[in-house]
Design a protein around this ligand. Structure first.
Ligand code: 3EB
Length: 295
């Protein structure tokens, strides 16, 4: 009751993620003032305007060949996305990846590493760069269910942003996995209102390529915010006018241990001030020693 006509056609993802105590259930809605059209391509449901396309899919992990099911399913998910983007001429801008047991090992590999292999194989199979001009992303552990991938793509060119404090993720050394993750620290693109939008990737307490402050959640929060600040400075340099600052962002904070939430909240309020717009979720982060990730 009250659902708008065509709601079944809307690209909607329901991700199984635990709400920390005291937090309210949240729906994230991307809206546009432009006319929108719905479409489907394989497992993808999407909605597009002249400037942007948002799509998503949920895929069960199924074994088909010798590859770990998560790796094969990830490759299939990204292959359908790239087919769609090639057909309509949009540029990948930002990906959201959610799947259960992200730090668990199966098939002699951590599942996040299996995911990275499937993702990179799809990039390579579609002739896409895996260094340099790659989209922004995040990858989090859900509480259960399928592999969920959501994405935004832009009609115009996308500008990838890196963080001078961090080794680019696509150049991480092998000790973090046989294939580097294919994502940039942020991406800039024109949005429908004629402005440049900034989409910041999941950001954590990593400097160089190493995790800093492994058991200190307050220090990890502070380091993560220093990284976001550095990404903003780099985005402002590339956008050639200073316009993004910590107070203007919308934050989503993935917290590994709900018990850390009060300390993270206090540190974030200290870094950003009263203008802070934030949603907190409980999720596993893709390195076992990371206690939070902020996008
Ligand atoms: C990091 O900086 C933390 O694999 O898509 C952040 C954002 C992280 C995106 C991804 C992983 C991803 O390496 C983890």
């Amino acid at each position: 009751d009250g659902a708008p006509p065509g709601a079944a056609e809307l690209p909607l993802l329901a991700v199984d993620m635990i709400l920390p105590p005291g937090e309210e259930a949240t729906c994230e809605v991307w809206h546009s003032a432009e006319p929108l059209q719905s479409g489907r391509h394989g497992p993808i449901r999407y909605r597009q305007s002249e400037t942007l396309l948002f799509g998503c899919m949920s895929l069960d992990e199924v074994a088909g060949d010798a590859r770990p099911p998560l790796q094969a399913t990830t490759e299939a998910a990204y292959a359908s996305i790239f087919e769609l983007l090639e057909a309509c001429g949009y540029h990948a801008l930002r990906f959201w990846n959610y799947f259960p047991a992200i730090n668990q090992e199966s098939h002699h590999k951590e599942r996040y590493r299996q995911f990275n292999i499937g993702r990179q194989d799809a990039f390579l199979a579609h002739g896409r760069a895996v260094i340099g001009n790659v989209p922004a992303a995040c990858a989090l552990g859900s509480a259960g269910g399928s592999l969920h991938v959501a994405f935004l793509a832009a009609r115009a060119d996308v500008i990838s942003v890196e963080n001078p404090r961090q080794v680019s993720a696509y150049r991480y050394p092998q000790r973090y996995g046989p294939r580097s993750p294919s994502f940039s620290r942020a991406a800039l693109a024109q949005t429908g209102d004629g402005r440049l939008g900034l989409f910041v990737s999941g950001t954590a307490s990593i400097v160089g390529h190493a995790t800093l402050h492994p058991a200190n959640v307050v220090a990890q929060t502070r380091e993560t915010m220093a990284n976001i600040k550095a990404v903003l400075a780099e985005a402002n340099r590339l956008a050639s006018q200073p316009r993004f600052d910590l107070a203007s962002l919308y934050y989503k904070v993935y917290v590994r241990h709900a018990a850390d939430l009060a300390r993270i909240r206090a540190e974030l309020a200290h870094c950003v001030g009263d203008a802070l717009k934030v949603v907190y979720l409980q999720a596993d982060v893709c390195r076992a020693d990371l206690l939070l990730e902020i996008e």
